[in-house]
Design a protein around this ligand. Structure first.
Ligand code: FES
Ligand SMILES: [Fe+2]
Length: 414
């Protein structure tokens, strides 16, 4: 298949598209728990995989995620009344449970069976560590919520950094999260020049690919000195998760992982969720506070194409931020990924040896699409507790090792 055809397959996420159907087989973030802070609070519009939805928290604290348009005559449930363990459309009073059951149609005769014949669109929700997850696939195929550390570690080990709206397709955003090379340029700080690791990271590197059962780990290996190399890993996990190292490496692997989900709102826009995950210690929310200083209460960034992301030519010439945007990584990432256009034209790219992880990820996803087309299940799903393990996949490495040493030895035996 041509690059253009592959690009269409990988980027389109509506129902019925190959990638859209694949996405719908996974539990994915729909919104943050804090967006529905208390029972019977105001509902929230949610756009997910090209579908218009409304989330609400009922009187018992349960989260419902319903199709936005009323099953009666399509008025938006966003304007509905949230009360009495339900959401009620304000047009003619149709009343819905969190699972889409029509509880009442007050204008119909008492003998009417109409409400029993209608099931309003709804998707199941689960809350984990401050995130509302949903599953939009076939009921009979619903897997367990994955036991990934950002969902299973104690709440105070996990910081939800931010949620951030991106005006571009999800895939180009995800590719950045799995590209070790870019952070030594785009996120470069002149004040960090003295660090020999930072110096190493701007030397030509090679990328070793480690194909996992449900993703692709890459070790980017940089020359360090005459006898040592520096190894830095990134791990892509299906369907839209990027993991990068964070913190020090007292035990060979990093003490924390920076996890990013790129969740498609539609083909042209995307919600980015950042998590900071500490294996063995609790942390405060300073990471979240810093990230959130760059977005409004609606999670829209103050840095946009309209203001050129506040890029300063003076900063580029003589400031600390090499790229010219004196901001957090997620904002700098936003600038470059949005600048590619709504959907990057990958037929115009020129990939090199340092792009091996990107190439391997695309191949992995296309294979998963093919597996589904042939009737199989996509990788990384679990239906039993025994299957539901993240193994060593979320552990990250940033280490200086003897040249040629096996970097996988740094991973914990789990
Ligand atoms: S459109 Fe919602 S009740 Fe009529
Ligand atoms: Fe980045």
């Amino acid at each position: 298949m041509s690059i253009v055809e592959d690009n269409e397959i990988l980027t389109r996420v509506g129902r019925g598209t190959p990638m859209g159907e694949l996405f719908r087989r996974y539990w994915m973030p729909a919104l943050l728990s804090e967006e529905l802070p208390e029972p019977d609070c105001a509902p929230v519009r949610v756009k997910l995989l090209n579908e218009d939805l409304v989330a609400f928290r009922d009187s018992n604290g349960r989260v419902g995620l319903l199709g936005e348009y009323c099953s009666h005559r399509r008025a938006s449930l966003f304007y509905g009344r949230v009360e009495d363990c339900s959401i009620t459309c304000v047009y003619h009073g149709w009343k819905y449970d969190v699972d889409g059951t029509v509880l009442d149609i007050p204008a119909e005769p008492e003998t009417s069976r109409l409400k029993d014949t209608i099931q309003h669109k709804s998707y199941p929700c689960e809350e984990r560590n401050g995130v509302v997850l949903t599953y939009m696939g076939p009921k009979e195929k619903m897997p367990l919520v994955p036991n990934l550390p950002w969902f299973t570690l104690p709440r105070d080990h996990v910081v939800v950094g931010s949620k951030l709206f991106l005006e571009c397709n999800w895939l180009q955003a995800l590719e950045g999260d799995n590209d070790s090379i870019h952070s030594a340029y785009l996120h470069r700080r002149i004040s960090g020049e003295g660090d020999p690791m930072n110096q190493a990271r701007r030397r030509p590197a090679r990328v070793a690919i480690d194909r996992l059962p449900w993703g692709v780990r890459a070790a980017t290996i940089y020359p360090y000195d005459d006898t040592q190399e520096m190894v830095r890993t990134n791990t892509f996990l299906m369907p839209c998760i990027g993991n990068t190292p964070r913190g020090d490496s007292p035990n060979g692997y990093n003490e924390a992982v920076h996890t990013i989900y790129q969740v498609p709102a539609d083909d042209y826009t995307n919600w980015r969720y950042d998590f900071e995950v500490w294996w063995d210690k609790s942390v405060d929310d300073s990471y979240a506070r810093s990230d959130r200083a760059e977005v409004g209460s609606d999670f829209m960034s103050y840095y946009t194409r309209a203001n050129n992301y506040r890029l300063s030519r003076e900063e580029q010439k003589s400031g600390d931020f090499w790229c010219g945007v004196a901001a957090r990584n997620h904002t700098q990432d936003k600038m470059v990924t949005e600048s590619m256009g709504a959907i990057s034209d990958r037929s115009q790219e020129n990939l090199g040896a340092s792009d091996m992880h990107i190439i391997a990820m695309r191949r992995f996803m296309l294979e998963a699409v093919r597996t589904m087309a042939e009737g199989g299940d996509p990788p990384g799903l679990a239906w039993t507790p025994e299957e539901n393990q993240s193994r060593d996949y979320p552990y990250m490495i940033t280490s200086v090792l003897p040249t040629g040493a096996d970097w996988k030895e740094c991973l914990p035996k789990v």
